[in-house]
Write a protein that binds this ligand. Structure first.
Ligand code: G4P
Length: 284
């Protein structure tokens, strides 16, 4: 999905989330486990105000398990509960409810003490495009979509998805914008496939990908692209080596640089080098 974010669109997106805050008990902030900070909305704290929040590190299957654990600790140290999930395969789904209950434990206990029987927790998913919001909603929804609010006098039909007895989810997620004014964030979003069109120079994206690999996964870089000396040559030469090793050669026998560019990006996105975490707490 491609969304051009202009100030008017951002204001509207923000308003849509703000309006729904009063309906819910907790926000599920969905981020990409491979780039947990770059895939966040830069104004999230301001937008959701003091609403309790659970961070869902989605696409955990595509990220480095150990680094994802480090991110969970990173958020924990900042007072935010985070869990790793894979919406595509459906793992971590049960934990969402229990983590939401934990996050709201004080409030639930207070109500219980007053003799109020706890009702299902109401939640809303927010996140940037392509982070997996629809996949997660579909996964949690199964067939349990309950229509409410379509009675006379209720202006807006609001659908709640029942997830077991203890959780209800708004069926429309809040779509927020990424921190695209930061060049590095843009490159990471492009590398993970969150931005698919050529807003960015693809060669820059590919070179950035190689540099991240050299920094964090030097062995995989060398092995996959058969770059024995890593990135110790100039970039054109590196592209020549990859082109030759991977058959990206044009008819006249020269390196097809566009093909090499595409191949590097595609292989990183499609896990040809295995699960990769493209940012780490220690880099912060
Ligand atoms: P959005 O609503 O936030 O915009 O995202 P959406 O659910 O459409 O998901 C974007 C892509 O991410 C989808 O790929 C989806 O299958 C994939 N995805 C979502 N959650 C996970 C996950 O936990 N693990 C993995 N591996 N993939 C996940 P798609 O529809 O196949 O799009 P594309 O591959 O054609 O780009």
């Amino acid at each position: 999905m491609t969304i051009q974010w202009f100030p008017g669109h951002m204001a509207k997106a923000r308003r849509q989330v703000t309006e729904k805050l009063k309906l819910i008990d907790i926000i599920f902030e969905l981020v990409d486990a491979r780039i947990p900070l770059s895939s966040r909305n830069p104004m999230i704290d301001e937008i959701i105000q003091h609403k309790p929040r659970l961070i869902l590190l989605n696409k955990a299957d595509m990220a480095d398990k150990q680094i994802t654990q480090e991110w969970i600790q990173y958020f924990q140290q900042r007072g935010l509960r985070a869990i790793a999930i894979n919406s595509k395969a459906g793992s971590g789904m049960r934990e969402i409810t229990s983590a939401a209950q934990d996050t709201l434990a004080e409030k639930i206990d207070r109500l219980k003490a007053k003799g109020v029987k706890p009702r299902a927790i109401r939640a809303m998913i927010v996140g940037i495009p392509n982070v997996g919001k629809s996949t997660l909603i579909n996964r949690l929804a199964k067939k349990n979509i309950a229509k409410t609010g379509n009675t006379p006098g209720v202006t807006k039909a609001q659908q709640w998805i029942k997830v077991g007895k203890e959780l209800e989810l708004l069926d429309t997620p809040g779509i927020l914008w990424p921190k695209f004014e930061d060049q590095e964030v843009g490159l990471k979003l492009a590398l993970t496939g969150a931005i698919k069109d050529a807003i960015l120079n693809l060669e820059d994206v590919a070179v950035y990908g190689l540099k991240i690999l050299e920094q964090h996964y030097p062995d995989r870089l060398k092995e996959h692209f058969r770059l024995e000396a890593g990135l110790s040559h100039e970039i054109a030469k590196i592209f020549d080596i990859i082109g030759e090793n991977k058959g990206c050669i044009s008819r006249n026998g020269e390196t097809d640089y566009d093909k090499v560019t595409e191949l590097i990006i595609r292989d990183i996105r499609n896990e040809k080098l295995g699960p990769l975490s493209l940012e780490r707490p220690e880099d912060e």
